[in-house]
Write a new protein. Structure first.
Length: 201
């Protein structure tokens, strides 16, 4: 996976559809693994069980909160600016990194969110259309934000499609992403999403 800098996330504009498929596939795989493990003798069950560990960086307008740690010792570290992220990462980093997933969550006070209604025929090339029209919907140029969308409804009678649009200014997120990638957690960065919708960016 290419991780030359924070811009590697810019290719995730198609993420809502892809993310939904991957999440469903991931859940099915976990169910299958749990079923297999449940059929093993108790002595082998613990040996084969893989713990999923997650660290979440929550970014808000006033700083960030890093959540993580061992399953039995959850830790919360307040980080006032990106320069303090490496030290905080060392505190919440699990002793064993196997199965570690790191996610970045941008909280609602930093997210631009609106519902948009467009002609139904726009759905066939919604990403391309948003690339041209985004600056008419939000006060930022397309290359100045990370954005994503989720289709809410299709009204064939009115020939309209309604979707949630979320966008996060890159100037807000990129310093945190850069600091995260330079920290011990950077190699495990897996997802970027925005509240309150939970949409991937």
């Amino acid at each position: 996976m290419m991780r030359d800098g924070p811009d590697w996330l810019s290719g995730w504009r198609n993420a809502p559809a892809v993310h939904g498929f991957l999440e469903a596939a991931s859940q099915a795989f976990r169910w299958w693994m749990d079923t297999l493990q449940g059929s093993l003798p108790l002595r082998l069950r613990d040996c084969c069980r893989q713990r999923r560990q997650q660290v979440v960086l929550q970014i808000s307008s006033g700083g960030a909160l890093l959540l993580g740690g061992e399953d039995s010792e959850a830790r919360r570290e307040v980080v006032e600016d990106p320069s303090g992220l490496t030290a905080a990462a060392g505190i919440v980093m699990p002793r064993e990194a196997a199965g570690l997933e790191v996610a970045v969550e941008v909280l609602a006070d930093t997210v631009l969110h609106r519902e948009v209604s467009w002609p139904l025929e726009a759905e066939g090339n919604l990403d391309g259309a948003l690339g041209f029209q985004l600056d008419k919907l939000i006060p930022f140029a397309p290359d100045a934000v990370y954005f994503g969308y989720r289709i809410n409804r299709r009204d064939k009678r009115a020939n309209q499609i309604a979707f949630d649009l979320v966008a996060v200014p890159r100037q807000v997120v990129n310093p945190w992403l850069q600091a995260l990638q330079e920290s011990p957690l950077g190699a495990f960065l897996d997802a970027l999403w925005a509240e309150p919708t939970g949409l991937s960016l």
